[in-house]
Design a protein around this ligand. Structure first.
Ligand code: SAM
Length: 329
C-alpha cells in the first residue's frame, strides 16, 4: 500500500528515536552539561513503538531507521530490533549509532539481517574526536567500524563538517573510501545543538565541501542519486567506496522527502525542521483505537510542509534550537 502526503510525495520511511539519552556530548548536538533528559516514563515504551510501527507499516512505511540519542544506551534494544525485523511490511531496518557501545552487538545485527549501519565519525584524529564529542571514545568507535567491515554490514560514515573544527578531516575521511567499501557522507551543520546558536551564514555548504573534494580528486565522478536520496553521491576512480554530501541546512532534497520521524518522547515530525506536529504518545496513552491513531497520522500527512523552510516558518517564535538527540537526526 502506498502512502502519499499533500504534495504527492510518497512516504515510506520512518526514523524512530528510541531514546533521547546519549553517552557522548558532541558540541554541535548538545551543550557540555548535556540536556534535560525526559523522565523515562515519558519515553515511548517498546510496546508502544511496536504498535505504532504496526499501524504505520499497514499504511505504507517499509523502511525504518533506529536512531536517538544513542540507540545502544537503551536496554534491550537488540530484542526490539529482532521484533521489528519480523514485522510484516517492514522490509529494511537500519540503525544510526556513534559506535562506542555497539561493537558487542554487531554480529547479532548481521544475523538478524540489518540493512545498514550509519556510524557517526566526524574526524579521524583522536584528539579532535575528544574535542568534538567531549569523550575519549575514538578507539571504541574505530573498533565498531572494523567490526562492521568484518561482518560485511553495509556501512556509511556520517561526518558533520564544521568551520574551525574538522575541515582538515574531509580528505582523510574521504581516503577511507580508497581502502574500504563504505560510503562517507559529509553533512552540513544544522542549528539543532540544544543552544539556539548557529552561524549567521553557513560557511561549509554542500558546494564548498564539493569544491574541496574536486580540488583533491579532479577525476571525481557524479553518481546517479537513488530515489529520495538526501545525499549527492560521487565516486573517485580506483576507490572501493563512495562519497556523499548532504545539504541538510540548505535543504535541497525536500522535493522528494519520503521520511517521517517519531521522537523518543512520542512526537510525530513530518519534517526535521518542524516543531512536532502530533503528540502521538498522548493519543496512544489516552486509549485510542488503531483506527483513531491511523486517522491522526493521515491528518498530519495531509498537512505536511512543502519543505524545511516552510516547516521552520510554521514554528513561529519557537526557533530551531532543540538538541538533535531529542529528534533523532
Ligand atoms: N547517537 C547516534 C549517532 O551519533 O549517530 C544517533 C543520533 S545522532 C543525533 C544522529 C546524527 O545526527 C549523527 O550522525 C549526528 O552527527 C547528526 N547530528 C547531530 N547534531 C547535528 C547538527 N547540529 N547538524 C548536523 N548533524 C547533526
Amino acid at each position: 500500500m502506498a502512502l502519499f502526503d499533500n504534495h504527492g510525495r510518497p512516504i515510506n520511511y520512518l526514523r524512530l528515536a528510541v531514546t533521547d539519552r546519549c553517552n557522548l556530548r558532541c558540541f554541535y548536538c548538545m551543550p557540555a552539561e548535556g540536556i534535560m533528559y525526559v523522565p523515562k516514563k515519558e519515553l515511548l515504551s517498546y510496546e508502544e513503538m511496536e504498535r505504532l510501527v504496526r499501524i504505520l507499516a499497514r499504511m505504507g512505511i517499509s523502511k525504518i531507521r533506529i536512531t536517538g540519542g544513542e540507540p545502544f544506551v537503551r536496554r534491550d534494544l537488540v530484542s526490539f530490533l529482532w521484533r521489528l525485523h519480523e514485522r510484516p511490511g517492514i522490509e529494511d531496518v537500519n540503525i544510526t549509532t556513534i559506535g562506542g557501545l555497539s561493537t558487542p552487538y554487531i554480529a547479532e545485527l548481521k544475523a538478524m539481517g540489518i540493512a545498514s549501519v550509519n556510524l557517526s565519525l566526524d574526524t579521524f584524529d583522536r584528539q579532535r574526536f575528544l574535542e568534538i564529542t567531549r569523550r575519549d571514545e575514538f578507539n571504541r568507535v574505530l573498533d565498531c567500524f572494523h567490526a562492521l567491515l568484518k561482518h560485511q554490514i553495509p556501512t556509511k560514515i556520517n561526518a558533520v563538517v564544521m568551520e574551525g573544527k574538522n575541515t582538515q578531516d574531509i580528505i582523510p575521511l574521504t581516503e577511507l573510501t580508497r581502502q574500504y567499501p563504505v560510503s562517507v557522507r559529509f553533512i552540513e551543520e544544522m542549528p539543532f545543538n540544544g543552544e539556539g546558536s548557529h552561524y549567521p551564514v553557513l560557511v561549509w555548504t554542500h558546494r564548498k565541501i564539493l569544491e574541496v573534494l574536486k580540488q583533491q580528486y579532479p577525476t571525481i565522478e557524479k553518481l546517479p542519486d537513488p530515489p529520495a536520496s538526501t545525499s549527492y553521491n560521487y565516486r573517485i576512480p580506483g576507490h572501493q567506496g563512495t562519497v556523499g554530501i548532504i545539504a541538510a541546512f540548505s535543504r535541497t532534497f525536500c522535493g522528494t522527502c519520503n521520511r517521517i520521524r517519531l521522537t523518543a518522547q512520542g512526537t510525530l515530525k513530518t519534517c526535521l525542521y518542524d516543531q512536532g506536529v502530533l503528540d502521538i504518545k498522548q493519543i496512544v496513552r489516552s486509549g485510542a483505537s488503531d483506527k483513531a491513531i491511523r486517522q491522526a497520522f493521515e491528518k498530519a500527512f495531509r498537512n505536511r510542509a512543502k519543505d524545511g523552510y516552510e516547516a521552520e516558518q510554521r514554528r513561529g517564535e519557537q526557533s530551531v534550537s532543540e538538541s538533535m538527540s531529542t529528534i533523532g537526526g
